[in-house]
Design a protein around this ligand. Structure first.
Ligand SMILES: NC(=O)c1ccc[n+]([C@@H]2O[C@H](COP(=O)([O-])OP(=O)(O)OC[C@H]3O[C@@H](n4cnc5c(N)ncnc54)[C@H](OP(=O)(O)O)[C@@H]3O)[C@@H](O)[C@H]2O)c1
Length: 276
């Protein structure tokens, strides 16, 4: 039995599709809203709530970010789990000074020390982060962003899922490995907007902002530290490690990584006018 956390999210839904036909449980906080036949309820911030979901599980796909990962890992071990696939972040390698990267590294270390079989996935920024633009695209056909000509190798979440499926279904072959994952090519914000416009069949306006203007927009809905980290990682403080395309998706899955354009075509519906 495999337990997929984050099952209703970008990676999770793609991973469930990858694992179709295998014994899988899909963790969610609310099974009535998840619309998943494999759904089981549990809350990663309350590790005791996971005990029934973990019962009989051999492999755990674990998203990072909820704060109680160390206890989740301990409970997984006590429940008889053999292998954990952890979604960490490439920033552990490229921007280890950032608070989120330090936290990711601490969870990676707890997993490595746990005695469980482990594999760590360190993806770069997701193509799906552009969903942040969806309301403004729907309402005004506009994207407002800084650093619009910085190219980064954004990854399609389905490629993280494809790597995870290979690891979860042949865990011993991947135990003790840490995989840095990127998309197959760098793509700028300008190119992402062009791909979305093409997928939508609609002109979009790209308004280039200064860092200060972008920060003012972002801090209306996120804390300043998170806004600064995102601005650094999307152009203000990029480095060779963040810009470099990695071949790991192809090495693990045997197929080429998906492009941003493919992501845009597959997700155009999220950017369309309501009622159009
Ligand atoms: N976005 C990036 O650029 C980026 C880059 C590197 C790494 N990452 C990592 O990738 C992961 C995000 O993946 P994603 O985009 O697939 O996720 P997502 O689409 O943001 O979905 C989050 C998922 O987590 C579940 N969840 C949230 N809080 C939970 C809780 N307390 N207990 C149980 N489940 C909870 C939600 O399920 P329910 O609502 O159904 O409960 C949902 O399925 C994170 O670990 C993040 O650190 C992201």
């Amino acid at each position: 039995m495999i337990l997929v956390t984050g099952a209703t999210g970008n990676i999770g839904r793609a991973l469930l599709a990858e694992l179709r036909g295998r014994p899988v449980r899909a963790l969610t906080r609310d099974a009535s809203r998840a619309g998943l036949p494999e759904a089981v309820e549990g809350d990663l911030t309350r590790p005791a709530s996971l005990d029934s979901a973990l019962d009989g599980v051999r492999s755990l796909f674990l998203l990072q970010g909820t704060g109680a990962e160390e206890e989740v890992i301990s409970r997984a071990r006590r429940a008889g789990v053999d292998s954990v696939v952890l979604v960490s972040s490439l920033t552990v390698e490229t921007h280890p000074h950032l608070p989120a990267a330090r936290r990711n590294l601490a969870v990676e270390q707890a997993l490595r020390d746990s005695g469980l079989g482990w594999t760590v996935l360190r993806p770069t920024q997701f193509a799906s982060n552009t969903l942040w633009w969806a309301p403004a695209i729907r309402e005004r056909g506009e994207v407002r962003a800084a650093y619009v000509d910085v190219g980064l190798p954004a990854i399609h979440p389905a490629d993280i899922a494809a790597v995870a499926r290979h690891v979860l279904t042949s865990p011993a072959a991947h135990h003790g490995r840490t995989y840095a994952l990127t998309g197959p090519a760098v793509v700028t914000v300008r190119e992402q907007v062009a791909s979305l416009a093409e997928a939508l069949g609609r002109d979009l306006t790209l308004t280039e902002l200064t860092r200060e203007q972008a920060r003012a927009d972002m801090t209306s809905f996120m804390d300043p530290g998170t806004a600064d980290a995102i601005l650094d990682l999307t152009g203000g403080d990029v480095n060779e490690g963040l810009l470099r395309v990695r071949g790991t998706v192809t090495e693990v899955t045997g197929r080429a990584g998906r492009t941003f354009r493919e992501w845009a075509v597959g997700n155009a519906g999220a950017f369309q006018f309501l009622g159009s």
